[in-house]
Write a protein that binds this ligand. Structure first.
Ligand SMILES: *[C@@H]1O[C@H](CO)[C@@H](O)[C@H](O)[C@H]1NC(C)=O
Ligand SMILES: *[C@@H]1O[C@H](CO)[C@@H](O)[C@H](O)[C@H]1NC(C)=O
Ligand SMILES: *[C@@H]1O[C@H](CO)[C@@H](O)[C@H](O)[C@H]1NC(C)=O
Length: 476
């Protein structure tokens, strides 16, 4: 495994070597920069409603490619593409191990990959999961049958494709193997979000489990009860005192509740190391018994605001749900993600409902009425409320059953664990030798696909090794 100190020396060596260009250096000179954008033509709709062409962006890293090696295909999913995806993740060391080409393809409607000129509800009707997956499949068909059409370096015809990704992109990776088994040999699905329901309160519960493990769960429950007591009191003086305590501008009580739920957990997905758990450092450390749970909660939120340098203006932008309804400009990842929630699957990160009898770690004002009205306000009356999450889940989780060559990793303390292959309530898919599930002790979100560091948890190191071995078996 490559350790940071070695990779630093290695990079420094290459940098020095570049100062003395030698005429015998042709091989490396032929390798294009991984920050060069390439573009692949796709139709707006693969299923016949609109054949207008648009260009999908992709990046490649051919540094480790050798003939006979596979293509490791990735997508960032719901964020714009950067060369992190070709150069900076664990998939780079996997490429080195397997002589692979790495190609990262942007997901439709994110970053610079825009089928339509804006992000109105009318344009986003072409934002379907079937279309997004078919984009990747169309790319793979050409990459395999006629590689010189998409790659600037010689790549063998019919190379095997291994798809990888984390979180939503982890699910995309699994769906690609399930839907296109002839094109995709195997999939590394890290913290893949595969279980969908309208009310994603398991998100609240998973965060709560992390707090309980660290010992501050009960304190957070108490603080939330006190916050709700004030927000639901209708006492404007008390509510405005609460805003002042949190140093957050005037928002509606519901928007304030949503904002607090977001801010306190802003580091919940940061990777844990052997020495640091960010939920400990940014939440539990504040509940040290020297003040009330509510005051501790406020200190934690104040800390989050100052670490991130949020201004009062940026907090209003972030917290006021009535803003941005009519902003259809391209490049708004958050808007496109919201569309997926509204139109595809819901999965709303609500407070745990009282009816479950389970403890609650965020304000009860963060419920479906906090989220759903935004759907029609942002995307128009054609959006059905509520979305049919059950049908989505039936189709897309159903598709994964019995499929071979998918490697599912699950972070034990991941906030998204309630949507993964092994939730706190048990297996969502069976753990088979064909498609194994690995539970990463103490880990948060998608830690296995980050690049190696000295301080990595042993469990993360093991998760990577298991994945590497599986990929080597698949491509044999
Ligand atoms: C490809 O990724 C590797 C590993 O991160 C990096 O060392 C190399 O510089 C990248 N290649 C190019 C051409 O950028
Ligand atoms: C409203 O809250 C303020 C500040 O906490 C408090 O002094 C006041 O008594 C409350 N009013 C009522 C009617 O409870
Ligand atoms: C899945 O099964 C494998 C053995 O095939 C085992 O090593 C692994 O721990 C199991 N995963 C879970 C989450 O139980």
């Amino acid at each position: 495994m490559m350790r940071p100190i070695i990779s630093f020396v290695f990079t420094a060596f290459l940098a020095t070597a570049k100062c003395f260009p030698s005429s015998g250096d042709d091989a490396s000179a032929a390798i294009p920069s991984s920050s060069t954008s390439y573009w692949f033509s796709q139709p707006v709709d693969h299923f016949g409603l609109n054949n207008d062409p648009w260009k999908q962006q992709y990046l490649i890293n051919a540094t480790f490619y050798k003939p006979g090696g596979p293509i490791i295909m990735l997508t960032p999913g719901e964020t714009p593409i950067t060369s992190y995806y070709t150069d900076g993740s664990h998939f780079s060391s996997l490429a080195q191990l397997t002589n692979a080409l790495v190609v990262a393809v942007e997901h439709r409607f994110y970053g610079n990959s825009n089928p339509m000129p804006d992000l109105s509800g009318e344009s986003l009707k072409y934002h379907t999961l079937d279309n997004a997956l078919e984009d990747f499949a169309a790319f793979i068909r050409v990459a395999q049958s006629n590689p010189s059409q998409v790659f600037p370096v010689p790549i063998q015809v019919n190379s095997k494709v291994v798809f990888g990704g984390g979180s939503y992109a982890g699910a995309v990776s699994a769906w690609m193997r399930a839907k296109y088994p002839d094109l995709v040999t195997g999939s590394w699905a890290s913290s893949a979000i595969i279980k969908y329901q309208l009310e994603n309160y398991p998100f609240d519960q998973s965060w709560g489990k992390h707090l309980e493990v660290l010992g501050c769960g009960q304190d957070v429950i108490e603080a939330v009860k006190d916050i709700d007591g004030i927000l639901l009191s209708g006492n404007d003086t008390a509510i405005s005192e609460l805003q002042t305590k949190f140093n957050i501008p005037a928002l509606t009580p519901r928007d304030l509740a949503g904002m607090l739920a977001y801010l306190i957990a802003a580091y919940a997905q940061a990777p844990s190391s052997k020495y640091t758990d960010y939920t400990q450092a940014t939440v539990c450390d504040y509940f040290d018994g020297t003040m009330s749970p509510l005051d501790s909660y406020a200190k934690a939120v104040n800390g989050m605001v100052s670490v991130n340098g949020y201004t009062q203006d940026s907090l209003v932008q972030m917290g006021d749900t009535s803003l941005g309804y009519d902003n259809y400009a391209l490049g708004q990842s958050g808007r496109v993600w919201y569309y997926q929630e509204c139109a595809w699957y819901g999965n709303w990160q609500i407070a745990t409902p009282r009816s479950t009898g389970l403890p609650r770690y965020r304000s009860q004002l963060v419920d479906l009425t906090y989220y759903q009205p935004n759907c029609q306000n942002k995307f128009g009356k054609n959006i059905q409320i509520p979305v049919d999450s059950e049908s989505f889940n039936k189709k897309w989780l159903g598709m994964l059953r019995g499929v071979s060559n998918i490697y599912y990793t699950v972070g034990e303390l991941d906030q998204w664990r309630g949507t993964n292959a092994l939730t706190w309530n048990g297996y969502v898919l069976p753990n088979t030798t064909q498609s194994p599930i690995f539970l990463i002790d103490k880990a948060t979100h998608s830690q296995d696909i980050t690049s190696a560091r000295d301080t990595d948890l042993d469990s993360v190191v093991l998760a990577r090794a298991i994945g590497n071995n599986l990929v080597m078996q698949w491509i044999k």
